[in-house]
Design a protein around this ligand. Structure first.
Ligand code: ATP
Length: 236
């Protein structure tokens, strides 16, 4: 479980988060919406201690993130925008194996995790492919596999569709739907809600660093447009 209480975060004079309370349970699929600059990325960076709140606190599984960084980073895997910057190895298989190797797991367990993660993103059999030969959608899916191989309690995806053409966007979306069906806890950060609401148990919208909506997709869909969030005509 991720719990944020009263988080305030500032960049100089800019107040990026202005008192955010949010609890995300294991098993929940949350779409975190909001216009550009509303504070979404800053918020999720608190979930595994990449930044610390200036006020308030964040805990994961009941433990304060800043005091238990390793535990938080094991429990929460984040795939950021520009996933190509997160790739660390020359080939698909080596890239996904990197995280589990750093956990000191034995070879059989690493191989099990790599093959399970690649299967989850529909990249099975591509272990030897060089990462620079992958398309944009495949790079996003590879970064998701790398995060999944850490077997986190929560997988957070920051704007996973940025820069993808429609077929690539649909390929990523299909894998996220399959992950959700398989019980993976997801937080999908997006300013563009096309298709994505169907992934959500819950939609949380930020505006100017505050939570302005929090509810089931069918409850909040009609209100999202009030907060400058792009919403499809028929969200579900
Ligand atoms: N490193 C930084 N230095 C200064 N200001 C920042 C920095 N990062 C974010 N901000 C500012 O903080 C506010 C929140 O930004 P943040 O990136 O968290 O929002 P966002 O909702 O994720 O936006 P986007 O959808 O554009 O990524 C914005 O006003 C942004 O300009």
């Amino acid at each position: 479980m991720i719990q944020a209480e009263g988080i305030v975060h500032r960049y100089g004079e800019t107040v990026a988060l202005d008192g955010v309370d949010l609890a995300i349970d294991d098993g929940e699929c949350v779409v975190l919406a909001g216009a550009n600059g509303s504070g979404k990325t800053t918020l999720v960076r608190h979930f595994n201690g990449l930044v610390e709140p200036h006020e308030g606190s964040v805990s994961v599984n009941g433990r304060d993130v800043s005091e238990n960084l390793v535990a938080a980073r094991t429990a929460v895997s984040i795939v950021f925008q520009h996933p190509e910057d997160q790739l660390v190895a020359a080939t698909v298989g080596a890239d996904v194996a990197f995280g589990p190797e750093n956990l000191g797991l034995d070879r059989d367990e690493i191989d099990r995790r790599v093959s399970k993660a690649l299967e989850a993103v529909n990249l099975s059999g591509r272990e030897s492919d060089r990462v620079e030969t992958l398309s944009g959608g495949e790079v996003e899916r590879l970064a998701i596999a790398g995060a999944l191989a850490m077997e986190p309690d929560h997988l957070v995806l920051d704007e996973p569709f940025t820069g993808l053409d429609e077929p690539a966007r649909q390929s990523v979306l299909a894998r996220l739907r399959a992950l959700r069906t398989g019980g993976t806890s997801l937080v999908v950060v997006t300013h563009d809600l096309r298709d994505v609401l169907s992934l959500a148990d819950r939609v949380v919208a930020l505006s100017n660093g505050r939570v302005v909506l929090d509810g089931a997709p069918e409850e909040v869909a009609s209100e999202l447009t009030d907060f400058d969030v792009r919403v499809p005509e028929n969200p579900c």
